[in-house]
Design a protein around this ligand. Structure first.
Ligand SMILES: Cc1ncc(COP(=O)(O)O)c(C=O)c1O
Length: 449
């Protein structure tokens, strides 16, 4: 035994307790991907995916991806400085043109795009100002820079509060200032108030960087994200995105002026010291961009689905915070209840939603993170609303008598469709499991936890 093993003890003891209650929500071994997933003998409706347009399953992406792999192989054997291709160049040109910037740098993940860009530009003579709710990849990029440049000043402002942002900028230690925010916040589902933020940055002389990982491809009149929604596309100095959400694949990118991108490509450690994106994935991203640019159908379906589901949740009395999007946090505000809620849904109803607890979110704001996608059917969402109503009542999260407004006939149809699709995806083992009395199974599970 080493100190490495000692270090594991506290966390893993806690995890084992949760596992004994069958409430550990991570590492479920999916046997397929989509709005309905197979796990062991069960078939589950999945609300944990960021594949918002459902593109990861589209033959329109899979076929070019296969052709790209056949042409170039499964990996390029090096980082972009060496392993560069005409297809990477095309992808970068297309992304820059689509978003109205001069140039683009493609990296292997969105995480690397943020870490790479931030660590390239944050020096000892810069103050970086972050929204308190910014994603881990932004924090990690800043911390990497801080390790190399100890005089870099790191400041935070209250989420979306302009008074707080302005105060921080006015009292910044350095005259070179950079503000980093998200477009659509990944855990709260609300928007960075980009119109106001642009204004404050302009007045206080700060550069603005926006990570719109969740908004690009899903929001804005032509899918160009939250900057387009607010009409401030020309005022965002640097925009960062990922292919791991609406693009249905993997990879990240930064768009900005040509000189900014040229410098980044020669200084960003996450770009220079990590293997380049395989061509199969470059082709998938290009095909996704074709769809996102030309066809609004999936974006509209996503909007309709999100509206239907959100309205159902609000009718039931759930607290969704400031979310008005497909990222629909269901606030529980209690760690034990959030974990229990997710476990009841999984074991009792065949629905997967991810409980978010501290330190992932501030203590007291525990929630289920629930992502609606264009791939969800009405039946999946309607059935899930019934399940949420039931568990919400059992755990005293919503007022006792609250019920959905759907007719009995509608509910029966949704339940039947849920069982049929479960049978189709889970096969005979699913049927055998379902023959047992569901209520009895929930009861058994509750008494053993
Ligand atoms: C806001 C935000 N930025 C960046 C990333 C990183 O993206 P990727 O999954 O491509 O590494 C994520 C991923 O969850 C995110 O939510």
């Amino acid at each position: 035994m080493t100190w490495l093993h000692d270090k594991t003890e506290e966390l893993l003891t806690r995890v084992n307790e949760v596992k004994e209650k069958r409430a550990f929500p991570f590492f479920r071994p999916f046997e397929n991907i989509g709005s309905r997933v197979r796990v062991g003998r069960g078939s589950y409706i999945n609300f944990t995916s960021n594949d918002y347009l459902g593109l990861s399953q589209s033959p329109k992406l899979i076929k070019p991806s296969q052709a790209g792999t056949a042409a170039y192989g499964t990996g390029l054997g090096s980082a972009r400085l060496q392993a560069h291709s005409v297809r990477h160049e095309l992808l970068e040109q297309r992304l820059a043109t689509w978003l109205g910037y001069e140039a683009c740098c493609n990296l292997t993940t969105g995480y690397q795009a943020l870490v790479g860009f931030l660590s390239s530009y944050l020096d000892d003579d810069v103050t970086v100002v972050l929204d308190r709710l910014n994603h881990a990849s932004i924090i990690d990029g800043v911390l990497l820079a801080k390790g190399q440049h100890p005089d870099l000043e790191i400041r935070f402002f209250k989420h979306n509060r302009m008074k707080s942002l302005r105060k921080v900028l006015k009292t910044a230690e350095h005259s070179k200032k950079m503000v980093v925010v998200e477009g659509l916040y990944s855990v709260d589902g609300d928007f960075g108030k980009l119109d106001d933020i642009v204004q404050v940055c302009r007045e206080e002389g700060a550069v603005l960087v926006v990570d719109d990982a969740h908004g690009l491809g899903t929001l804005g009149p032509t899918g160009r994200g939250v900057p387009e929604m607010y009409g401030v596309e020309r005022d965002v100095d640097v925009l960062i995105g990922t292919f791991s959400k609406s693009f249905g694949t993997i990879g990240g990118f930064v768009v900005a002026d040509q000189s900014i991108i040229d410098y980044m490509k020669l200084t960003a450690r996450a770009f220079m010291f990590s293997a380049s994106l395989p061509i199969g994935l470059v082709e998938a991203a290009l095909a996704a961009l074709d769809i996102i640019e030309e066809d609004r159908t999936l974006q509209h379906r996503l909007e309709d689905n999100a509206k239907f589901f959100r309205e159902g949740l609000v009718d039931l009395g759930f607290d969704l915070g400031d979310s008005h999007t497909h990222i629909t946090p269901i606030f529980i505000n209690d760690e034990e209840k959030a974990m229990t809620f997710a476990a009841y849904l999984y074991h009792g109803a065949g629905v997967i939603m991810m409980p978010f607890i501290s330190p992932g979110v501030p203590a007291g704001t525990e929630r289920l993170r629930c992502n609606v996608t264009a791939a969800h059917t009405r039946a999946e969402m309607g059935y899930t609303l019934e399940a949420l109503a039931e568990v919400g009542r059992q755990l005293d999260i919503i007022p006792g008598a609250k019920k959905t407004n759907f007719s009995s006939m509608q509910k029966a149809m949704w339940l039947a469709e849920h069982k049929l699709r479960g049978l189709k995806s889970g096969g005979i083992p699913f049927l055998v499991d379902e023959i047992g009395d569901a209520a009895e199974r929930i009861q058994r599970w509750r008494t053993t936890r």
